[in-house]
Design a protein around this ligand. Sequence first.
Ligand SMILES: *Cc1c(COP(=O)(O)O)cnc(C)c1O
Length: 407
Amino acid sequence: MKKTKEDRREEYKKLVELYGSPLYVYDSTQIENQIKKLKSAFSGFDCKLHYAAKALNNQAILKLVREFGCGLDAVSIHEVELALLAGFPKEEILFTPSNAPFSEIEKAVELGIHINIDSLSALRKFGQTFGSGFPVFIRINPHILAGGNPKIQTGHIDSKFGISIFQLSEIEAIVKAFEIQVEGLHVHTGSEFLDAGVFLQGAQILFQAAKSFPDLKYIDFGSGFKVAYSESDVVTPVEELGRQLSLAIEEFTKTRNQPIQVWFEPGKFLVSESGTLLCTINTLKRTPSSVFLGVDTGLNHLIRPMMYDAYHEIENISRTGPADHVYNVVGYICETDTLGYSRALPESFEDDVLAIHNAGAYGFSMASNYNSRLRPAEVLLYKGKPHLIRQRDVLEDLLRGQVDFNI
Ligand SMILES: *Cc1c(COP(=O)(O)O)cnc(C)c1O
């Protein structure tokens, strides 16, 4: 039976009573549904999803997406190690670092996972060290401008990511010189594109480049699927994208004599909507110009509003009634940390519980102990039951790793 909004509010209130505030809550059903949505949109071709672990990397979440049939995209060698601990087979892990030390790439070869090379210099080093002994992906920057906040765009001409498509001949020369086996081409044009056409442009550039690599087995289109941050918000049209891409892949396959598997690396699309940050109003402050709801969380737990000007829907789950009051919802960090400007809510009071929605992706994974504040606990709702998947920090966590200095 589908939960009503009222059921959900009651559930959240109980969770805060049980586990305390603030609290991150993730709903496994939402994650599963998002995976199904993508799989169905891309059912017209051979497709494999690799979850971008950096969005939310609790072991429980990694195991869950593994169970739901995803591989994993890791951006650091430690993320690779976390993926192996969560039980991902090595063939289902792709390592896509940016400016990683070469020792991490050597370690990745040792572990036997897929490796994505991000610069001409790393490609040359790879060739010198491994020759044709281990296959690689090459990350191409097609210089397509996808949408989103400038801080999350990665495809433009000044972006640090990938090897410019204008340097294709240099890639070819290095690959030839060292007989490097190129098993995949990769592109990740940045977060939050909205236009299937722009995505297809990037795809065509990869298809064109693929002609230089006859042994190619995989084409990886990265991610950047946008989710809705409010009810009227626009999202990436994945069904439409799937239809257009199917046709383009069919054409492309005709030009080749071996099949190609298409990979995607969704992060936000899989986990964003599954997550909610629950917090409590500590202080209600009226000033001559506005009314502030000061809550027991802030940019230390959810940095997206301050870092990307991200919008997160905020709901007062302790009150019903018309949203006829306007508040600025602010955090408890000594730094400007507004979580929501001018939000219409029912009349709110101290000790009310607020739900900050869409907080699953880049929420906890970017959380810190800034201001010596403790990071929240994390709870996973799975098969109708809550499971504590991370304890709330304690004081010792703030001291861990520090070395005694006696003066
Ligand atoms: C961050 C990242 C992703 C995931 O992006 P989302 O917008 O969260 O889907 C995928 N691939 C690579 C290489 C990334 O760095």
